[in-house]
Design a protein around this ligand. Structure first.
Ligand SMILES: [Zn+2]
Ligand SMILES: [Zn+2]
Length: 341
């Protein structure tokens, strides 16, 4: 999915266009309403030069645009016995999808990864139909580098800023197909990966949690469920896919000293999704609350608070507490902000 007005998408496209043939005023119309602002920004940053005939690319080499996103070349999936190339997966998701032991489904066929060669970016697989599926477990830490913009609503603060996300796939579970019962948990030796990107985050005070009737033991499940739902709903506000964004929630974050929910862009430098979340903070969190409140499940399901990409196996999740948390948050936003709806 693509938002053509996203400056992180539009900028590199304008650079590529200018590198092929200088850009004219008339060309800008083709690139949408934000093209002029973005071109001016590229001139300020020395990427383009303005001349009477138009805008020119200033560098000798071509603009560096990785259309597949981040994290290096895609990982090839190769059938070990035949050398046949079955397909590729993004480098960014490869650690959790094609680690050693992973069950990999491809066009109706079932394979098990027998070796994941990180340096060569190849996963060797063999056809196999075990009666289990695999789920990767991932540890994720987030550090606040700086808050760029913030808004306060008393017990709630909303921030947009730069963060550093460290994530490491540490093990994988084998679960029986059907019942989902865990039949094994095997460690993996994969390196941590680091991503400096943009995030939107909100913090809440202990007073707000107490008022919402969320005791210490319930906080992790409440914020985790609220985080998943917020990630699931952000694509309605920013043109993105839930796989383009990630999240971290914590009962007490060392950099904010508060209970905090982070949602970050899954691309180096950010891709504008978190920024949309910040700019439409009230409506976004309201839609998050509404999706939880409207879902008829009791304890949470994939339509509301469960996430298919959770690195913690969707634990803990406390749907009722998440709803009480978001109700209290929205009450603060409604009384402090005129644009909370
Ligand atoms: Zn549900
Ligand atoms: Zn999760």
């Amino acid at each position: 999915m693509l938002d053509p007005d996203n400056p992180y998408v539009l900028g590199p496209h304008l650079e590529c266009a200018a590198a092929e043939l200088s850009l004219t005023e008339a060309d800008l119309d083709l690139f949408g309403p934000l093209a002029r602002l973005t071109v001016d920004d590229l001139v300020r940053r020395g990427r383009l030069r303005r001349r009477p005939a138009g805008w020119y690319w200033t560098r000798r080499h071509r603009p560096d645009v990785d259309i597949r996103g981040v994290g290096g070349p895609p990982v090839r999936i190769v059938e070990a016995s035949t050398g046949r190339l079955l397909g590729t997966v993004d480098a960014s998701t490869s650690h959790s999808t094609v680690h050693r032991g992973a069950v990999y489904l491809h066009q109706g066929g079932s394979y098990v990864v027998i070796e994941f060669d990180l340096d060569a970016a190849v996963a060797f697989v063999e056809a196999a139909t075990p009666d289990w599926t695999t789920v990767a477990r991932e540890d994720t830490d987030i550090r606040v580098v700086e808050s760029i913009r913030s808004r306060s609503a008393g017990d709630v603060e909303l921030h947009l800023g730069t963060v550093e996300v460290s994530s490491q796939v540490v093990s994988y579970q084998r679960r029986l197909a059907g019942s989902g019962r865990v039949i094994g948990d095997d460690p993996l030796d994969l390196p941590a990966r680091h991503l400096r990107t943009r995030a939107v985050w909100y913090t809440v005070t202990e007073e707000l949690l107490a008022e919402a009737g969320i005791d210490d033991g319930e906080v992790p499940g409440a914020v985790h469920a609220a985080e998943h739902a917020a990630i699931g709903i952000l694509p309605l506000f920013a043109t993105c896919d839930r796989w383009d964004i990630g999240g971290v929630s914590t009962a007490l974050h060392p950099d904010t000293s508060r209970t905090t929910v982070f949602v970050y862009d899954g691309y180096p430098g950010g891709a504008g999704f978190a920024e949309r979340g910040f700019l439409r903070g009230g409506p976004w969190l309201r839609a998050t609350r509404d999706v939880i409140a409207a879902c008829e499940c009791v304890a949470g399901c994939p339509s509301c608070v469960q996430s298919p990409k959770c690195g913690n196996g969707n634990e803990p999740l406390d749907k009722p507490a998440a709803r009480r948390l978001l109700d209290a948050v929205l009450q603060r936003l409604d009384s402090a902000w005129s644009d909370s709806r």
